[in-house]
Design a protein around this ligand. Structure first.
Ligand code: SAM
Ligand code: SF4
Length: 473
């Protein structure tokens, strides 16, 4: 075990408590797009592909993420709540052009990497089920050319209910998609109307039935904290989806950021305390209905193994992810001796196309230090059920999980938001602590964020340095 040490800052339980108090009035939402740190701290530049791939570790499981940004237009725009990189769909020929560039980006990776084996593939968006059979086939043909895809690989494609037509579903199954993720948000027509989507529950039921008949896993995304939504609305949705045979469900607390229409009318949303109760009632119901919590938002039928795409987060330091397509995000942790980076592709069709042609389509990159890796490990670990273990932390960082974050644990325990399972081995958020996950994550990363901001933290003194070790290999 080695040598390099990283300065960090510390805090006392009282200031953490005050920090949590201040933020509890705010809708915590979910860090749905990025982990640590926020992209506002990233360098704004466009490295060449060769630099991007430097920290990719041979033999480490590799996941491929493909971003399909098109979405059916809605009023209000972007379904009223969405924060993802997306564009209104106007004409299918633009999708065909986009796919041409996506394939060129895959070629670039292939030229530099050779034919690497993939652990999992995820089509996210935007709305990947905008893809018609022909484009789905082209993309899969290219993926197989560029990567080895073992039979065991989980291949997820997400989409919006109205576009899961039978011809598309059949084509997706034929090319190897084995898991659908349906962005329902709510099954209730009087609630979904706020998103401006033309969506009917039968469209979701039909896609679920297709999955059951074709032995595919089927996830449905729900959102807690919607206009007019009551805890009973969520329970009804969960019961209905469980009766239909859905294998996985995600329950996201609504994230309000930027200029979304929902954020502009947040005074009309349920109060945070009601959203918290709905979120916890939904959690209870999912567990009663035989689903296992694999993270604070992800549930799976308890007879099935953990979703592979989630394994990536379960062990974030030992899984690499390449994201292709406009706005896509990649992460390669590297090692503690030689930390890696995270980067994101440029947003917008023209800059993305120009970037692919020039061999540089990234517009933001963040180079981790060992402290960032420790934070990523702890923040992602806390999201799990639980993924964080004191013995694994000791092995990875050569340090004591209890001591390193002692004031945070103390503040959380005082609120009954945290328990230590297995004789002090596993910290696990409980009760309202689960709902306030992203607020807690913000409190834990605040000292490091203050350093990145170049300013003072509200939580100051010093944390023991991270001893760099090659345990992350
Ligand atoms: C890329 S989007 C969805 C895929 C598809 N376009 C759809 O809407 O059905 C992935 C998921 O993120 C979640 N999501 C997006 N914006 C969110 C927000 N502001 N708060 C909470 N969840 C959000 C939704 O549950 C959504 O299904
Ligand atoms: S929620 Fe889905 S369909 Fe709506 S704007 Fe976001 S990505 Fe597009």
């Amino acid at each position: 075990m080695a040598t390099m040490s990283v300065p960090a800052t510390h805090a006392d339980a009282q200031s953490i408590d005050a920090y949590l108090d201040r933020y509890m009035e705010r809708q915590p939402g979910t860090k749905i797009q990025y982990g640590h740190p926020s992209p506002r701290f990233w360098e704004n530049r466009a490295p060449q592909f060769s630099e991007l791939l430097e920290p990719l570790t041979p033999g480490r499981p590799l996941t491929l993420y493909l971003h399909i940004p098109f979405c059916p237009p809605t009023d209000p725009p972007a379904c009223g709540f969405c924060l993802f990189a997306r564009e209104d769909f106007t004409a299918y020929k633009l999708v065909v052009t986009y796919v041409d560039y996506l394939l060129r980006e895959l070629d670039r990776y292939h030229e530099l990497l050779g034919r690497r084996k993939l652990r999992a593939i995820y089509f996210g968006g935007g709305t990947p089920n905008i893809l018609k059979p022909q484009e789905a086939r082209r993309i899969f043909q290219k993926i197989h050319e560029c990567f080895e895809v073992p039979h065991s690989a989980e291949v997820t494609l997400e989409g919006t209910p109205a576009l899961f037509t039978m011809d598309r579903l059949e084509a997706y199954a034929e090319v190897g998609v084995n898991r659908l993720s349906i962005g329902a948000q709510t099954l209730k027509p009087h609630l979904i109307k706020y998103s401006g989507r033309k969506q009917r529950p039968e469209q979701i039921e039909r896609a679920v039935e297709f999955c059951t008949e074709h032995h595919m896993s089927c996830n449905v995304d729900l959102i807690t904290g919607w206009f007019e939504q009551t805890p009973q609305d969520l329970v009804d949705d969960i019961d209905c989806l469980a009766d239909w045979g859905v294998t996985d469900m995600v329950n996201h607390p609504l994230t309000l950021q930027g200029g979304s229409a929902f954020a502009a009318h947040q005074d009309k949303l349920p109060p945070v305390a009601v959203t918290c109760r709905s979120f916890l009632v939904a959690r209870e119901r999912l567990l009663e209905r035989g689903y296992r919590a694999d993270s604070y938002t992800d549930y799976r039928r308890s007879d099935l193994p953990v979703v592979q795409y989630l394994e990536l987060y379960r062990d974030i330091l030992n899984n690499d992810r390449i994201g292709v397509g406009y706005g896509a995000n990649s992460l390669m942790a590297g090692t503690l001796d030689k930390p890696g980076h995270t980067y994101k592709n440029v947003v917008g069709f023209v800059p993305y196309y120009e970037g692919v042609e020039a061999g540089a389509c990234v517009d933001g990159i963040f180079k981790f230090n060992a402290e960032d890796l420790r934070l990523l490990y702890v923040l992602k670990g806390l999201e799990g059920a639980p993924y964080l273990r004191a013995s694994a932390y000791k092995q990875t960082f050569g340090a004591d999980l209890h001591e390193d974050f002692a004031p945070w644990w103390e503040a959380l325990q005082k609120r009954n938001w945290l328990v230590w399972g297995n004789g002090g081995e596993m910290p696990k958020l409980v009760g309202e602590g689960v709902f306030y996950m992203s607020t807690i994550q913000r409190a834990i990363s605040e000292p490091r964020n203050a350093v990145l901001r170049g300013g003072e933290t509200h939580l100051s003194t010093s944390l023991p340095a991270v001893p760099a070790t090659s345990a992350v290999a």
